[in-house]
Design a protein. Structure first.
Length: 481
């Protein structure tokens, strides 16, 4: 058995800054660092990502290379353009599991060509609370029976090319009304309710052979006061025992507020890392931030100290290291090529939901109403204006904030068609107020909603895309044009 120092290093999956691997990271990979997680800050294009992963693999075969590429609103490969496939909620709306498999396979083939070994997707969460600030379009739907076949289909398609899928965020984030990036959500669920609702898609993913499951920083009071990431009942008794999962358990990022704020700050991230390992987690994701070598040193030292004190059994750490290493299998050979959006467009078109008759009467004014994207998505190209301007000559496109009613009314003068584009308007009171005020004005407008739709309000024409991806916005523009 390897030394505690080597085993501790083998379970760490940090993020880093830059589009090439810094020297300290290459050195640690060569010495046995478990792997890395790539984010938008690490991406220029597919060719650059392939070169980066080859650089890491040149230091050591079997290094884990993860990425958070859900498609739709959460994309890293297409952070500069918008995703080439719609997100999960759009795929759920299309309601064609075979199409979901095909979309996931296209994503898996692209990731394999880029040298990625594990994708931190799909979300097996459900969209359950209207005020949920973080899942929304990232889930396949709200009905566990209807969503589960899509979760399984996504796992099957993604893993076709050897890229491991990772179902997240166990035991399910969708009923939470707080964002675990910044706070510690408590799920309003009993264990019985979880078995009937949230755990159903995770069970489907496990039956489909998912190779990894990511923990959520979520408290279930019946399991104790610790979030699932640090909770032995959640990970060992329920996920491994009841659901029979034998693959790798990956933590959500340990520097997130739900853990670092509520549990880790006093003792540092190392303490949370130790508690996660004791609970049954294998790979420790610390990828949300760009870490440096000294931060990894501190976490490694905390793990080694816990082994020395007997708090963390060496056998548990060795088991975690072995499962983490299983995610470093080289994906199937594939060639980096131009991104093909045709399949994604097909899926996006099939997902569109039409209310009334949202058709243009001449070149429109397009108002893209800007709101802050979720922390998970981050900034990326969004908006319908550029697409319609390309397809319909004479289109005028503007961006506006929720307080810009007067700007919109002035811009609308002379246009017989106005299109107002929103992103989960039901979660933003000021956007709802804007829509109400527009409805009371003389402006007749078509509403395009690109997020989780929320309740249908008003009697005007409406188009729901269920995704803010490039292809979903393009499909909406084609429909209107």
């Amino acid at each position: 058995m390897s030394s505690p120092e080597k085993l501790a290093e083998a379970v760490l999956l940090p993020g880093f800054a830059g589009t090439t691997a810094p020297g300290w990271l290459r050195s640690r990979v060569a010495d046995g660092l478990g792997g890395v997680i790539l984010f938008g800050r690490n991406v220029v294009d597919d060719e650059q990502v392939a070169a980066l992963t080859a650089q890491l693999r040149g230091e050591r075969d079997g290094v884990v290379v993860g990425i958070d590429e859900e498609g739709g609103d959460v994309t890293r490969l297409d952070v500069n353009t918008g995703s080439f496939v719609p997100g999960p909620l759009a795929l759920g709306a299309a309601d064609d599991p075979e199409l979901t498999t095909a979309v996931a396979a296209a994503l898996g083939e692209r990731l394999a060509a880029c040298g990625v070994t594990i994708n931190l997707a799909p979300c097996a969460d459900l969209t359950l609370a209207a005020e949920d600030p973080i899942i929304g379009v990232r889930a396949f739907g709200s009905d566990p029976v209807k969503a589960s076949p899509h979760v399984a289909a996504y796992v099957t398609g993604l893993q076709k090319y050897g890229v491991a899928a990772c179902a997240k965020h166990f035991p399910g984030h969708g009923a939470a009304t707080e964002d675990s990036h910044v706070a510690l959500p408590v799920l309003p669920r009993t264990p019985e309710e979880l078995r009937e609702i949230e755990l159903v898609p995770f069970a489907a993913a496990i039956r489909a052979g998912v190779r990894a499951v990511m923990t959520g920083h979520l408290v279930v009071r019946a399991w104790g006061d610790e979030p699932a990431t640090l909770n032995r009942v959640a990970l060992t008794d329920v996920l491994r025992g009841e659901l029979g999962f034998t693959g790798a358990i990956i933590t959500d990022a340990l520097e997130m507020g739900a853990v670092s704020g509520a549990y880790g700050r006093h003792d540092g991230l190392g303490h949370s890392a130790v508690r996660a390992l004791i609970a049954g987690a294998d790979a420790l994701c610390i990828g949300g931030a760009a870490f440096e070598a000294d931060a990894l040193d501190a976490i490694n030292a905390a793990i080694v100290a816990a082994v020395a004190s007997g708090e963390l059994p060496l056998e548990r750490l060795a088991d975690a290291a072995e499962r983490t290493a299983s995610l470093g299998t080289d994906p199937a050979p594939a060639t980096v090529g131009p991104v093909d959006r045709r399949l994604g467009l097909e899926a996006a078109r099939k997902a569109l939901r039409v209310t009334g008759e949202p058709r243009l009467d001449g070149p429109p004014l397009v108002v893209d109403v800007q709101t802050e994207p979720t922390i998970a998505a981050g900034p990326m190209p969004w908006g319908l204006g550029a697409h319609l301007a390309e397809l319909v000559p004479g289109t005028r496109a503007i961006t506006a904030g929720p307080a810009d009613l007067d700007v919109i009314l002035e811009a609308a003068q002379g246009f017989s068609s106005v299109v107002v584009v929103t992103r989960e308007a039901h979660r933003h009171p000021r956007v709802r107020d804007l829509l109400t005020a527009l409805g009371e004005s003389a402006v007749d407008f078509i509403r395009v909603e690109t997020g989780a739709p929320g309740p249908l309000t008003g009697d005007g024409p409406r188009l729901d895309t269920f995704s803010g991806s490039y292809v979903s916005l393009r499909a909406a523009a084609e429909y209107l044009a």
